[in-house]
Design a protein around this ligand. Structure first.
Ligand code: FES
Length: 151
């Protein structure tokens, strides 16, 4: 495996938790991804909710993971950790955008040809909201929102 694509040590991916990391797809902008420990490997998804794309699943302290599901704290949507499929909530049926990763020889590597690994942690150019207030509105502040008559 290419050392430049090494994300983190395998033992540093917490069981029942997530690791936040940043990637770029070749342009100048960075975007965030969440890395998850699965029973049979690892998985990663872009770090936003398909319901309101300006809401991050992991705001820096780990996404909520319960019963093999990632929980969006905004309106409670749940996503299967192995597929990203939303099985409950206002965006039911949507699927998180997957980023290919692989565990190998004690580490986790980015294996997605569409992305380059940048760093662990939040994206540098993610403004965390229009006022820099870490409100969960990142660089997707113009992102789409699926209609929702609730909260
Ligand atoms: S923003 Fe995630 S469920 Fe509404």
């Amino acid at each position: 495996m290419d050392a430049d694509s090494r994300i983190v040590g395998r033992e540093d991916v917490p069981e029942g938790g997530t690791v936040l990391f940043s990637v770029t797809n070749g342009d100048d902008s960075e975007q965030e991804a969440v890395l998850l420990d699965l029973a049979d490997g690892v998985a990663a998804f872009e770090n936003y909710c398909p319901h309101w794309q300006d809401v991050r699943l992991d705001t820096g302290s780990g996404a909520t993971v319960r019963n093999d599901e990632i929980v969006c704290e905004k309106h409670g949507a749940t996503f299967e950790t192995d597929s990203g499929y939303c099985n409950f909530g206002p965006c039911e049926g949507a699927v998180l955008s997957e980023i290919d990763v692989r565990a190998d020889d004690g580490a986790v590597y980015l294996t997605d040809d569409d992305y380059e690994f940048v760093s662990l942690g939040p994206a540098e150019d993610d403004d965390h909201g229009p006022d820099g207030d870490d409100s969960g509105r990142g660089n997707r502040s113009g992102g789409g929102r699926i209609g929702f008559g609730g909260v």
